[in-house]
Design a protein around this ligand. Structure first.
Ligand SMILES: NC(=O)C1=CN([C@@H]2O[C@H](COP(=O)(O)OP(=O)(O)OC[C@H]3O[C@@H](n4cnc5c(N)ncnc54)[C@H](OP(=O)(O)O)[C@@H]3O)[C@@H](O)[C@H]2O)C=CC1
Ligand SMILES: O=C(O)C1=N[C@H](C(=O)O)C[C@H](O)C1
Length: 248
């Protein structure tokens, strides 16, 4: 039986690619495409089972609220997640325990592997810095991927009993050392011509290790989105990160 799928944010950079990918998948049926100004009631009218939500940090919470209170599973890649927002969606899911919600900071398999490799390397190096580079229309900084990567690195360091990194800076301009995400400096570059790139740089006595990933086209996110749609319907509750649906 095919799954009835909608894309919310269907005219956007990633949303328009998702429309093509869902439309081409033999086991999925694209039954609704919503853009800004669309009525969310279109979802229930079309009998949507899974919504792929790819909009904006200002829009995602309203869309999730609607979907989860109308019996619709959700796969979202929209950024801007905070602990407070996660608590809100956990509350929505508590009222609909049969539904699944996948929040994926990055749908690209390579990016997910890069995060895993960084997590594994974290306990072995004294210094670590994350540099994320994106196109010049991105609304959020640091990126969702970089934020999650830094959180995973910080947790791995703490688990290994590593002390927080010391920043030697005593002179300079505010912001020069990037954003502090759980003690990991994260630097955000915005440049026309780029799409989505990240490098995690580790350093210790006499050596460095750089883990770099590049998304060169939005097609890089599609296998992850399709996997998410297929898996979310059989995975009730909140899944944070595509890695939980991969055999890693
Ligand atoms: N997890 C991942 O792997 C990836 C995540 N992303 C994230 O996805 C999000 C979208 O990125 P991107 O496609 O580049 O952004 P775009 O601005 O290109 O697309 C977003 C689209 O959503 C529309 N939109 C905004 N609010 C609503 C709403 N309430 N209902 C329906 N449509 C709405 C926008 O309309 P309008 O233009 O009129 O505002 C726009 O067409 C971002 O948060 C980005 O970081 C992106 C790539 C990969
Ligand atoms: O806005 C983007 O383009 C992307 N957003 C996600 C993020 O913030 O990490 C995923 C990917 O980097 C592309």
């Amino acid at each position: 039986m095919t799954l009835r799928v909608a894309v919310i944010g269907a005219r956007g950079r990633i949303g328009s690619e998702a429309v093509k990918a869902v439309g081409a998948a033999p086991d999925l049926e694209l039954v609704a495409t919503l853009g800004r100004g669309s009525e969310l009631s279109e979802l229930t009218d079309a009998g949507v089972q899974v919504a792929v939500e790819l909009t904006h940090p200002d829009s995602v919470m309203g869309n999730l609220d609607h979907c989860l209170s109308h019996g619709i599973h959700v796969v979202t890649g929209t950024t801007g997640w905070t602990e407070e927002r996660l608590a809100t969606v956990r509350g929505l899911l508590a009222a609909a325990p049969e539904l699944g919600l996948l929040i994926a900071p990055n749908f690209s398999i390579g990016a997910v592997l890069g995060m895993k490799f960084a997590q594994a390397a974290a306990k072995y190096f004294e210094s670590v810095e994350v540099v994320e580079l994106h196109h010049d229309h991105k609304a959020d900084a640091p990126s969702g991927t970089a934020t999650r990567t830094a959180q995973l690195i910080a947790a791995a360091r703490a688990e290994a009993g590593r002390a927080p990194q010391q920043d030697p800076t005593t002179h300079g301009l505010p912001g020069a050392r990037g954003a502090d995400v759980d003690g990991v400096p994260v630097h955000s570059v915005r440049l026309r011509g780029l799409l989505a790139h990240q490098q995690v740089m580790f350093g210790d006595d006499g050596e460095t290790l750089t883990i770099r990933h590049d998304s060169l086209h939005h097609s890089s996110f599609m296998p992850g989105i399709l996997l998410g749609v297929r898996k979310v319907v059989e995975t009730p509750g909140l899944t944070l990160g595509l890695e939980h649906f991969l055999d890693l």
